[in-house]
Ligand binder design. Sequence first.
Ligand SMILES: NC(=O)c1ccc[n+]([C@@H]2O[C@H](COP(=O)([O-])OP(=O)(O)OC[C@H]3O[C@@H](n4cnc5c(N)ncnc54)[C@H](OP(=O)(O)O)[C@@H]3O)[C@@H](O)[C@H]2O)c1
Length: 214
Amino acid sequence: MHIVITGANRGIGRELHDRYTAAGHDVTGTSRQGGEFATLDVTNPDSHAALARELDGRPVDLLICNAGVYLDKHENLADGFPAAMWADTFAANVTGVFLTVQSLLPNLQMDPGAKLAIISSQMASHTRAPGGSYIYRASKAAALNLGRNLAVDLAPLGVSVGIYHPGWVKTDMGGDAAAITVEESAAGLIDRFNELDRDSTGCFKTYDGQDHPY
Ligand SMILES: NC(=O)c1ccc[n+]([C@@H]2O[C@H](COP(=O)([O-])OP(=O)(O)OC[C@H]3O[C@@H](n4cnc5c(N)ncnc54)[C@H](OP(=O)(O)O)[C@@H]3O)[C@@H](O)[C@H]2O)c1
């Protein structure tokens, strides 16, 4: 399989990259710094165009939209959550996902069984809504919404779409107190991506296979 993973330089994306590479897949990991990875800043349309040129003509069997930011962890309702933080978060977590899918759509369409995985969060849920982190929650809810609607539009093209909560994971974002390791998260996510198909397209699942409430 040719697998494209955004934000592959650290955290969950890095673990997915390393596991798929070790399993012998052809992996295009992206990072905004480039280096050993293909260069992609998901907020920058020119960067998407450059990656699309680099991958022109190569089928993508699995696209994992993983890159994301959580900027408002410590904001307070009285005077926090500044407008610029909303813009920066949505540029990465929402527009970034959309532009990634849009720019690589020709590559996904080359494989009639291609899959798109969007790493959202349990914080996308309207049902489970404990308050706080308004910006991150809204951005992940929007990413979930994108995935649900893309599932409909991409079904005739044969592309299956899954939206995932990767667990509360010990990464720079999740912090040391998080519940699971990147190894546990990535192993579960890979199982989920393997089982994704046309019948389950549009699903919102946790890394360990539970249906997540919307
Ligand atoms: N950890 C958790 O508990 C948890 C829970 C639920 C959902 N998630 C989601 O899981 C995904 C991965 O999270 P993580 O815990 O692995 O986070 P992380 O360790 O903070 O890594 C985030 C990754 O996203 C990349 N990224 C951020 N902004 C980018 C941009 N504009 N362009 C390209 N890449 C960008 C980062 O690259 P740089 O190194 O350049 O910053 C990094 O590779 C995210 O979508 C996150 O929201 C995580």
